[in-house]
Design a protein. Structure first.
Length: 222
């Protein structure tokens, strides 16, 4: 059973999430402040943390940094802060995803399912991945029906397809594909993502699989 730690100072949200998550066979712990969250994480080793940023004692980004000091547990931020700077700060601190309040329960549950599928990732390339009409073999670097990609396009696509449903930040993609000296060259990403969409999406102007999260990064949606 997947164990989820929910951290929020709103008792109604804690109660609602505890009831709904338990109804879906998750084991749930709750904490109402940052210090309690860090203690609960150390004591119970959750598989996933759902974390509010506006806590009464610690800022949520400090809790993320505290967790990242010793744990790789996936973290989904659930916050009323909708500013891009807050989202980027949380993701750069080590969060895996960001959901803005008010939130739809179905969306949050979908994000949780996507993250929990990655709790025990394999270093090996995944099996064939479907993107629209194409079947992509990352290990063999083949696409059926045939579609040619440049080496850089392959690297970018590989990074996204190995992490289905996960938001990959712009900085992370730039670092992994182009190198640390390209950390701010977001125009590279826009150009290459546009090229990948033209090659793989049925309608590049309305992508269904290679999704942009404005100001944050990109996500592969199976």
């Amino acid at each position: 059973m997947t164990r989820i730690l929910v951290v929020d100072d709103d008792p109604q949200i804690l109660r609602a999430l505890r009831i709904n998550l338990r109804a879906r066979q998750y084991e749930v712990d709750v904490a109402a402040d940052g210090a309690s969250a860090l203690k609960a994480a150390a004591a119970h080793s959750p598989d996933l943390v759902v974390l509010d940023l506006g806590l009464p004692d610690l800022d949520g980004t400090d809790v993320i940094r505290g967790l990242r000091g010793w744990s790789t547990v996936p973290i989904i931020v659930l916050s009323g802060r909708a500013e891009g700077t807050d989202k980027v700060a949380a993701l750069d601190a080590g969060a895996d995803d960001y959901v803005t309040k008010p939130f739809g329960l179905d969306e949050l549950l979908a994000r949780i399912r996507a993250v929990t599928r990655r709790i025990h990732p394999s270093d090996a390339a995944p099996g064939p991945v479907t993107v629209g009409q194409y079947t992509i073999d990352l290990a063999g670097h083949t696409i059926t029906p045939e579609q040619r990609l440049t080496p850089t396009e392959w690297q970018l696509l590989d990074r996204l397809l190995r992490n289905p449903g996960k938001l990959i930040t712009q900085r992370s993609l730039l670092h992994d594909v182009w190198g640390p000296q390209y950390g701010t060259e977001t125009n590279y990403l826009r150009q290459y993502m546009a090229r990948l969409r033209r090659k793989l999406e049925d309608d590049p102007t309305r992508p269904r699989h290679l999704i942009t999260e404005p100001g944050m990064g990109y996500r592969f949606q199976p």
